[in-house]
Design a protein around this ligand. Structure first.
Ligand code: NAD
Length: 333
């Protein structure tokens, strides 16, 4: 149950801290909150003054008097002094499934587990009333489909393990009782849209169409993903901050689970050009399919994704064309 601090924040103290603000989803959240009149502190290790992707993503936010950017690693103590906010949106993470194996896991342990642990304690110490944390469909791995929050979790990659650890850590702290930060963990299913990370499939497809350079397609194209447009995700994130619901994980997914082949067909339809492909073997850690049961999100958040795949890919294609005209293109391709 949420306390009165949360109540007062809901009624007017619209001030938030967003971790991972320079990233794909974090920067969309920052823009959305600013457009609604929130004061926003954006924290990230990638600064818009030195990192081209951060600069592109935060182009609209930087210069807005309601926005303050804090260049920091969230595992460091420097966050103290910035937590007089009504809600912390925790989106910072080491991302990507394929790159999470072996020696790379050290970075995932730092960013996803140690940093989250540190942040959760800092939130509690500062009396932050509400924490919304980004988790992932990767926690389900090989579990039976459709994935349901109270069903099995069987992560099949180090990334998935780290995201499960992060959400469970935050929920464990939230359940400690009086003085804890009320927390909700959102399990996002493959998010796409403008600013999508360069390692992600739809970004790579659209980039291949634009440049003519083949994209690497892992597996036979029959892998299924429950793609979710970024605006739908932002709706769910903001709604999670405002609802009374807490202490649990909630799936956030798009309208349907579709194969990579179907996505390639839609990309070809939207762009009017074939996607040049370089076929490669499936990679360890990538599940055959993801598919969400979205009934809990519907029930507790009133969540109902409204952007279909063709519409969403059309918007991302327009963004691809626009950014390829911008000077930072070399680094997003
Ligand atoms: N994009 C998806 O499809 C997807 C799916 C499931 C879950 N998620 C989750 O959503 C969140 C956002 O994902 P995204 O795709 O926007 O990723 P992103 O890589 O674009 O953004 C993450 C940001 O976090 C920052 N960061 C990482 N560790 C940090 C640290 N220790 N201190 C400060 N900054 C740090 C990075 O610099 C980056 O800007 C992540 O938690 C991710 O696990 C994303």
């Amino acid at each position: 149950m949420l306390g009165t601090d949360h109540q007062s924040y809901r009624e007017g103290g619209k001030k938030a801290l967003v971790t991972g603000a320079s990233g794909f989803i974090g920067s969309h959240l920052v823009d959305h909150l600013l457009s609604k009149g929130w004061r926003v502190i954006g924290v990230d290790r990638r600064s818009p003054t030195s990192d081209p992707i951060a600069r592109l993503n935060l182009m609209d936010a930087v210069g807005n008097p309601l926005f303050h950017f804090l260049h920091a690693d969230i595992a460091e103590p420097s966050l103290r002094g910035f937590l007089d906010v009504g809600v912390v949106f925790h989106l910072a993470a080491a991302t990507g499934v394929r790159s999470s194996w072996d020696a790379n896991f050290t970075g995932y342990m730092h960013d996803n587990i140690a940093a989250t642990h540190h942040l959760v304690q800092e939130c509690e110490r500062a009396g932050v009333p509400r924490l919304v944390l980004a988790s992932s469909s990767s926690v389900y791995g090989t579990a039976a489909l459709p994935s349901k929050e109270d069903g099995q979790v069987r992560p099949m990659s180090p990334y998935g393990v780290s995201k499960l650890a992060a959400e469970q850590l935050a929920l464990a702290y939230a359940a400690r009782g009086a003085g804890s930060t009320s927390t909700v963990a959102l399990r996002f299913f493959t998010v796409y849209g403008p600013r999508q990370r360069p390692d992600m499939a739809i970004h790579r497809m659209l980039n291949a169409v634009h440049t003519g350079k083949p994209m690497r397609l892992y597996g036979d194209g029959r892998q299924r993903r429950n793609f979710t447009f970024v605006d739908d995700v932002i709706e769910a994130i903001v709604q999670s901050a405002l609802t009374q619901q807490a202490g649990q994980a909630v799936n956030i997914a798009g309208p349907a689970s579709v194969t990579m082949r179907t996505v390639l067909d839609i990309v070809e339809e939207v762009t009017g050009k074939p996607v040049p492909i370089f076929a490669d073997t499936a990679r360890c850690g990538d599940p055959e399919a993801t598919e969400a049961d979205s009934s809990l999100a519907r029930e507790v958040l009133g969540y109902s994704p409204c952007i279909g795949l063709a519409d969403g890919i059309g918007r991302q294609w327009q963004w691809t064309l626009d950014t390829h005209k911008a000077p930072a293109i070399g680094s997003i391709a």
